[in-house]
Design a protein around this ligand. Structure first.
Ligand code: ADP
Ligand code: MG
Length: 368
């Protein structure tokens, strides 16, 4: 049997325009494409096939590349005259890869299906998105169910044991209020998240003075800081130019970060907001305004940091709930910063505290 390889296999006259067209298309599609003969030997594999299935496999039996019975059965059928088949299979390995496979017959001059084309499209990203969607629905349902279950329980108690006990009734009503407020916050955060997500690609265009946004917030949050025993400090000595963005959304970003610093900082400590100007920020094309929220606390263990901006991800769920958190704050922060073409950097040191730094692209100072 003569050895055929990728380069030698030619259906069309070499050098012809048709051959060039065919080769350009086949070598540049993302799907892996194999052509196999009626003995299941690989006659041709495109560049994507070589990339995904471990190099040039021409000349080898196709069974050695894909062992899946459904795929092999479909090849059998197509080579016996059946119409084009579509099957899916999962390749197990270090990562699971989901493939959508198309098997079509290639007829010879006499019209007989002597060869088959096997096209494999990696659809793992679709499975991943579906998985994320279903995880999200499960999380939301769970988060809503717990306050609802508590509410139902309190109602029962109010009707039963606490019926003629005004002091107990008052206590239960106040707990019910807390649970109802938790649900309201959750719904508000979910709405914010879906709104920012829907507008992700549209860049907001107002001119925003970051310093006054932060000043305004520090006034609003003074009460919470006092209740939580934290001092608030603004460190904004350098002049900064306005950023292009949305005042409302940037307010949400800094509110979330400052509230977190207040909630998760150590008692009797200081929360500092530092605003700096960078003529040239790393990874950005021009100048940037940098806003860093610094707390003094136990810090965040390193392994949690990359996951903090995931929806509902918390280092300590009980603590977050006790503090009235929804676990959505940093997910919202991340999306808003993304919409502003900015960056979020998180640094933390055990027993010292955390720094959440937001970099926002700004106009050059001279123009401002
Ligand atoms: N400044 C901080 N110090 C320590 N942990 C923090 C800080 N900010 C956020 N975290 C952690 O990140 C988690 C997610 O934050 P976030 O999305 O704002 O949710 P929430 O505050 O509602 O719990 C928090 O539950 C907490 O574990
Ligand atoms: Mg928060």
């Amino acid at each position: 049997m003569e050895h055929i390889n990728r380069q030698q296999f030619a259906i069309l006259p070499a050098g012809s325009e048709a051959e060039s067209l065919y080769r350009t298309i086949v070598e540049n599609v993302r799907d892996a494409i194999f052509v196999i003969d009626d003995e299941r030997r690989i006659l041709f594999a495109n560049a994507a096939a070589a990339r995904q299935f471990g190099g040039d496999r021409t000349g080898l039996s196709f069974v050695r590349v894909v062992r899946n019975p459904a795929v092999l059965e479909a090849i059998e059928a197509v080579l016996s005259g059946a119409a084009t088949r579509k099957v899916q299979f999962v390749q197990e390995g270090q990562y699971r890869i989901f493939y959508d496979v198309t098997i079509a017959a290639i007829a010879d001059a006499a019209g007989n299906p002597t060869r088959a084309m096997v096209g494999l499209a990696d659809i793992s990203h679709i499975h991943e998105a579906e998985q994320m969607r279903s995880d999200f629905v499960a999380n939301v349902s769970h988060e809503l169910r717990s306050p609802l279950t508590s509410l139902a329980g309190f109602i029962e108690t109010l009707r039963g044991p606490a019926r003629d006990d005004p002091a107990a009734s008052e206590r239960f009503l106040s707990l019910m209020e807390t649970e109802a407020q938790r649900m309201v916050r959750l719904i508000q955060d979910l709405l914010s998240l879906s709104k920012v997500e829907a507008n992700q690609r549209i860049r907001p265009e107002d001119e925003v003075d970051v310093v006054s946004v932060v000043r305004r917030l520090l006034r609003t949050l003074a009460g919470l800081a006092e209740r939580e025993g934290k001092a608030l400090k603004l460190d904004a000595t350098t002049e900064v130019a306005p950023v292009t963005g949305s005042d409302d959304e940037l307010t949400q970003v800094f509110q979330n970060l400052i509230e977190n610093a207040i909630k998760y900082g150590r008692a009797d400590s200081t929360v500092t907001v530092r605003i700096d100007w960078l003529d040239k920020a790393m990874g950005m094309s021009g100048p940037a305004v940098s806003v860093t929220v610094i707390d003094q606390g136990e810090g965040i263990p390193r392994e949690h940091i990359p996951r903090l901006t995931e929806r509902f991800y918390r280092v300590d769920t009980h603590r977050s709930r006790d503090k009235g958190g929804t676990g959505l704050g940093l997910a919202i922060v991340k999306h808003i910063i993304g919409r502003h073409r900015g960056r979020l950097q998180i640094e933390s040191e055990a027993n010292i505290g955390s720094r959440f730094r937001v970099l926002l692209p700004a106009r050059p100072k001279a123009q401002a």
